[in-house]
Structure formats: structure tokens, C-alpha cells
Design a protein around this ligand. Structure first.
Ligand code: CUA
Length: 338
């Protein structure tokens, strides 16, 4: 179907057809009115040309009907564009809850990708076909932009915060990945490939190679190495807030406001702990700005997500209470493999 339209990249995601439909509608409307206006200009110039040197046309005093026509019709058309465009926008930039998480760090000039089970890739991304994939992305330096034309997704990757985009690939294959934001000398070389595989092949690929431990378990180790665990305890109330079940829940702050503990909030709390103090806790946490890399931040984030609501409340408050949190990470990984 796409063969007969030149310059259109292959369609390999669930939203690709919808993006193209909107694109063709916008182009169609523009071409229709451009031709209509240019044609009428030409026609009127000939039809109403001055036929004798003294010819003067009768003055025109406006027409309410005509005025309304060229206000109402463009208004309706632009409202269609607005509603259609925003519905598509929200589809693409609001990741579904059941998506598989993959973390992306952009830097001059490469893409670093981390899978939940700990597998890492550079400028290559392997994903299963027919599975929703959520990318949580950040940059180590300047602004980049993650662009896969065949999936019709593009999202800026910004230093100092997380952005996300999702897709579901519809056919196996290899698709070009680009950086779509000029980011320095080798911007044009900052690309790679997304390999979409049958689920069985993907499982095989995932289990191959060296095992580094899941992102959450690496994060848990980091959580201990950085001594986060000495204040954020899971057995007793420590000097810092307990983190169990924290992710995506509302948090009451000193000063009365409430924020949702999403990726951005957790990131900010690690790098700049005093920005949003949890009600009832003193400002004693040191900053980790400059001490951990973006990838380590993502590992910590995955760990904090993993000690989420899956934890059984029946777990005894003993020193072994650390163990179930590691277990929760495993549970999460198994969920992913379903
Ligand atoms: Cu990164 Cu352009």
C-alpha cells in the first residue's frame, strides 16, 4: 500500500498509519486551498480584466454572508486538525501502563540503551514484535532527539530530565534510528538500528551474552553502596522516608502540596533533595549531583520502582526484610516476560 507513495518510509508500528493519515489530510487541505486560490486568481484576472482604458468597476461594499463563509469554514477545518492532532499526540506521548520499560541515555554521539534485565546496547535496540515498549530517556550532555521514521515516533531527549515515548512494532525487521536534533560535530553519525524480533527470538537474544544482573538488582546494590539504605530503611522508620510502594503514589511535601512520585520526582530528589522535602523529614539528605551517572540514576530509579506495591505486607520486619525487595525485582522481571 505504501509502495505507490514515494518518499514515505515503511510503516512498522501501530501508530504509523494514523500519523500518515493525519499528514495526508494536512497536505491534502493545503494543496486543495492552494490550487483553489491560485486558480481563482488566474480566472478572475482574466475574467474581470480591464477591457477599455476608461472602464471602472462598481464599488463593492462587503457581504456578511461571504465574510461568515471564510471565517467559519477555515475555523471548522482547523478545529478538525486540532482535535485529530491532539488525540494522536496524546496516544503517542502517553505510554500505556502495561508497556515494557527500556531506558535510553543519549550522549555526544551515541545512544545507550538498557533493558530491565540488565542487558545493555549501544546504537542498537532489540525489541519484540507486537509488544508495547516505553522508552524513558535522558541525556548526559546536550539535547538529542530519538527518531525512528518507520515507527513515526520522535521525542526530544533532554539533559536534566526524563522524557518518554512509546511504540508497538508491527513487523520484524531492522529500522533506522536517528538523532533528530543538531547536537554537535558528529550529530549526523548519531544513529543506529532498531531490530524488531519475533517474541521467541527476542527471548533467545535476551538470554544470550553475559548476565550482568537486572537493572533493579544493580540499582539495589548501588542503593547499598551509596548508603541510601542507612536512612531509607525498609524494616523500621529511618531518618529518610521509606521507599516501599512509593512509585507513582502521591507524596505530601513540607508546605502542604502533594506531588506524584514519578520518574522526574525521584530523579530530582536524588540530585537535589531539598527541592521537594517530604513532610515531617529534616533536610539532611546530601545531593548526589555529579556523583552518579545518568545510567546509575536509571538503575536506582528501576530499583525504587521495583520495591513497589508487589511487596507482600506480610513480610516480617526483620533484618531479612531486604530480601523480599530483591525478590520483587525478580517478580517484576517475570511479569515482563509474560
Ligand atoms: Cu544527538 Cu544529534
Amino acid at each position: 500500500m505504501e509502495k505507490w507513495i514515494p518518499f514515505i518510509p515503511e510503516r512498522a508500528s501501530t501508530v504509523a498509519g494514523r500519523v500518515d493519515a493525519l499528514y495526508f489530510f494536512l497536505v491534502g487541505v493545503s494543496v486543495f486551498f492552494a490550487l483553489l486560490i491560485a486558480g481563482l486568481e488566474l480566472y478572475f484576472a482574466i475574467r474581470y480584466r480591464r477591457r477599455s482604458p476608461g472602464e471602472m468597476p462598481a464599488p463593492v461594499h462587503g457581504s456578511m454572508k461571504l465574510e461568515m463563509l471564510w471565517v467559519v469554514i477555515p475555523f471548522l477545518i482547523s478545529m478538525v486538525m486540532f482535535a485529530w492532532g491532539s488525540s494522536l499526540y496524546f496516544t503517542i506521548y502517553r505510554p500505556p501502563k502495561d508497556a515494557l520499560d527500556i531506558y535510553v541515555v543519549g550522549k555526544q554521539w551515541m545512544w545507550k540503551l538498557q533493558h530491565l534485565d540488565g542487558k545493555r546496547e549501544i546504537n542498537e535496540l532489540h525489541v519484540p514484535v507486537g509488544r508495547k515498549i516505553k522508552l524513558t530517556m535522558t541525556s548526559e550532555d546536550v539535547i538529542h532527539s530519538f527518531f525512528v521514521p518507520a515507527f513515526r515516533i520522535k521525542a526530544d531527549v533532554l539533559p536534566g530530565r526524563y522524557t518518554s515515548v512509546w511504540f508497538e512494532a508491527t513487523k520484524p525487521g531492522r529500522y533506522h534510528l536517528f538523532c533528530a536534533e543538531y547536537c554537535g560535530t558528529s550529530h549526523s553519525g548519531m544513529g543506529g538500528w532498531v531490530t524488531v524480533m519475533e517474541p521467541a527470538d527476542y527471548e533467545g537474544w535476551l538470554s544470550g551474552g553475559r548476565a550482568e544482573g537486572s537493572l533493579a538488582s544493580t540499582g539495589e546494590k548501588l542503593f547499598q553502596d551509596l548508603a541510601c539504605v542507612s536512612c531509607h530503611r525498609s524494616d523500621i522508620q529511618g531518618r529518610g522516608p521509606a521507599l516501599k510502594g512509593l512509585f507513582n503514589r502521591p507524596v505530601r511535601l513540607e508546605g502542604g502540596q502533594t506531588v506524584i512520585a514519578d520518574e522526574g520526582y525521584i530523579r530530582e530528589s536524588i540530585l537535589n533533595p531539598r527541592a521537594k522535602l517530604v513532610a515531617g523529614f529534616p533536610p539532611i539528605m546530601p545531593t548526589f549531583q555529579g556523583q552518579i551517572t545518568e545510567e546509575q540514576l536509571l538503575q536506582l530509579l528501576t530499583y525504587i520502582k521495583s520495591i513497589g506495591p508487589e511487596e507482600t505486607p506480610a513480610a516480617p520486619p526483620s533484618p531479612e526484610a531486604q530480601a523480599p525487595s530483591g525478590g520483587a525485582g525478580v517478580t517484576r522481571k517475570e511479569n515482563v516476560k509474560q
